[in-house]
Design a protein. Sequence first.
Length: 373
Amino acid sequence: MAPAARKIFQLKRLGILTGGGDAPGLNAVIRAVVLTASNEYNLEIVGIPDGFDGLLDSDRARVLTLADVRGILSRGGTILGAANRGNPFAKKTTTAGAETIIDVSADALRNIERLKLDGLLVLGGDGTLRISQDLIAHGAPIVGVPKTIDNDMGGTDVTFGFNTAVATATDAADRLHSTAESHHRVMVLELMGREAGWIALVAGVAGGADVILIPEIEFDIAGLIAKLEERRSRGRLFSILAVAEGARLKNNGQVLRSQADALHIARLGGIGQQVSDLIEATSGLETRCTVLGHLQRGGSPVPFDRWLATRYGAAAVRLAARRGFGRMVCYRDAGIGDIALTDALALTPKLVDPTSEMVQMARGVGISFGDDQ
Ligand code: F6P
């Protein structure tokens, strides 16, 4: 049988970059983009290294061949490299020994032309896609692909990387169970999730946590201890807590490792140890804290993330082919679609609704959120 005729297509080249923190599935998207562009449209794909930083140095960009994407479907990370501080509107430079922040977005826009890119696919989360929106406002032909393990990107039901992070977090909770039970201890598991507690909620339920602390529901220490004591009164001498890094103790802010500045968002971390110390000090129960950290971002994507990432990659090429610039591919009601990037960003961060069926279900099976309910 004759091979299917390639669609006649006037665009010739698309660029692709991966911005922000990495997430399992980035390589699966890159692979799907290169394969779809080649098989369906005869389009050339140019890989921009290290997020928006790479767009400031067009010499570093290179065409991605089929050989480049062979065998990367199951690989974590990104073959393009990522930079979660790269913002062409606020770039740190040193002039005469002094550090200043300058706007080099004109260089980024010029390089899109210099590289003869008819469109640019940007794989990123909140920060990266907000920068993309600013570039779009200056005429850049960008299509967004939503990525973050936190699953807090609006306009899409799920981002790739999330399900892999949940699998890793659930495995950690399972492992903590056996040692917690042997030693009759309280085990606190600190998970990622800055503003949204999706990982802690889903992995907490899946991993049989007794307490889940998320940024959307402030907790107090009395509510927490009440749950641990109630378990002990039933002969359950151990407890597992799944705590999002952004969880908030009532009348306290989030626990920060470092403050935000002109270039960086605040680094979160430390709430797990704080909760652990509070439990020991208030109740005398022996408590240990595990911080899962970047293990949640690493490793091979689970099958659902490979499936979703491949669908996103193919859809992003098709969207660019339709000149759907200024839009983001999305996954809603189990189907792939697209949405104006401005609309998606207006819905970001997508938070856990404390009144939702999900939270009610968790309460119904006996999980405490450390509040009064
Ligand atoms: O946005 C994803 C995320 O994993 C957050 O949950 C976390 O706060 C952040 O990245 C950490 O990023 P990094 O250590 O790479 O700056």
